[in-house]
Design a protein around this ligand. Structure first.
Ligand code: KG4
Ligand code: ZN
Length: 357
């Protein structure tokens, strides 16, 4: 059922949101008008020792931390479960163990308290975040989303709740994955993006001429594996052992420059494709942890200025995985009566094209 209410109208009760699709356990409560009443997150550090997220460790940690986080946010919001208009949880795509923990918890609490359950597509949650009232971005539909995280890299035309069109995406690694892999080659810790950006500040972006995969190509697909291999080949050309710091910094800066110029180029193509579909709408929203990168942001800003698009980057805590975005997506769905049955199973793969609207 589609309602005719404006998005800001407080027509539903508060919503509890739960995020557990990767390595962040998070819970948040939003009032019916979208105000954030409480939020809490536990980022799992245990994976650093393994150089990446270990699904089984992640699932067990979600199980250990989620009940406490939910109790905290409900207490801070001053609400009981029966006061809620809905309980929303990331139901995919993501690591299945964590999805089972989060959606199972949400369903149990919903069923026990007679509250609707809302199964959230994690990508849609990222996509709708720009509409969160406190961000004060004019993000009326449609707009263009560039999602660049450790697990995802895609351009999406966000046309409405449950209505998203994937314009392009990576054909191999995600952007954050490329940062993490190159950081590993340079002997930096995990996650590698922030450490690599810091090291790059000491290096020259023109020291190494790394390839810029798909640069200038029609459409807005991405590819990073060739770039990663090029870096690996350069590193292999030096004697075994730790690279001299200046060499590592030059590699980091040159790699980052290649990624930034590829992402700006792909975004420019995405804006052109989007403008063909929606000539009047001109907003690019960026989300995902990689959006924290200064060189990438600068490249995107320049591309937006050239294309005549506004540029919106939610604060980092809403760019990376969080539960506020899940609760907000729940609220947006609840306003249209889009709730789910207890038989809706979490999905490790859940393309946006398969969303209900
Ligand atoms: O959105 P996010 O927190 O988690 C998911 O992947 O869902 O993104 C994490 C990714 C990691 O790959 C991390 O290395 C990358 O974002 N990242 C960065 C920066 N900060 C985080 N990449 C480049 N530069 C950064 N400053
Ligand atoms: Zn995410």
């Amino acid at each position: 059922m589609q309602g005719s209410h404006a998005p800001q109208e407080p027509i539903v009760g508060p919503v509890l949101g739960i995020e557990s699709s990767c390595d962040d356990t998070a819970a948040a409560v939003l009032a019916g008008d979208g105000r954030v009443l409480a939020e809490a997150v536990h980022s799992q550090a245990a994976h650093a020792a393994f150089g990446g997220v270990v699904p089984e460790i992640a699932a067990r940690a979600h199980l250990a931390y989620l009940p406490g986080l939910v109790a905290d946010v409900m207490a801070k919001a001053g609400l009981g479960f029966r006061d809620l208009g809905g309980i929303a949880a990331s139901s995919g795509p993501g690591l299945i163990g964590g999805l089972i923990v989060g959606s199972g918890f949400a369903k149990g609490a919903a069923m026990a308290n007679g509250v609707p359950y809302i199964a959230i597509n994690h990508l849609e949650a990222h996509a709708l975040t720009a509409r969160l009232p406190e961000l004060a971005v004019d993000a009326t539909f449609p707009y263009l989303l560039l999602l660049i995280s450790g697990g995802h890299c895609q351009c999406i035309a966000v046309e409405g709740v449950g209505r998203h069109v994937r314009l392009g995406g990576t054909i191999d690694d995600a952007a954050g994955e490329a940062f993490d892999k190159v950081a590993k080659l340079l002997g930096l810790g995990w996650p590698g993006g922030p450490a690599l950006e810091k090291l790059a500040a000491e290096g020259s972006p023109t020291a190494f001429a790394f390839p810029r995969p798909l640069f200038g190509r029609a459409g807005c697909d991405f590819s990073f594996s060739g770039l990663k291999t090029a870096v690996a080949n350069v590193v292999a050309g030096f004697p075994a052992g730790a690279l001299p710091r200046q060499v590592a910094a030059d590699i980091a800066a040159s790699f980052q420059a290649a990624v930034a110029s590829v992402i700006a180029d792909r975004a420019a193509h995405a804006m052109a494709d989007f403008a063909e579909r929606h000539s009047a709408a001109k907003l690019l929203v960026v989300a995902g942890g990689v959006a924290a990168n200064g060189a990438i942001r600068a490249g995107l800003l320049a591309a937006c200025a050239k294309a005549g698009f506004r540029f919106a980057a939610p604060p980092l805590k809403y760019c990376t995985d969080n539960a506020v975005m899940v609760a907000w997506a729940g609220l947006e769905r609840l306003r249209f009566g889009l709730v789910d049955g207890m038989n809706v199973a979490p999905r490790p793969r859940w393309p946006l094209a398969e969303l209900s609207a």
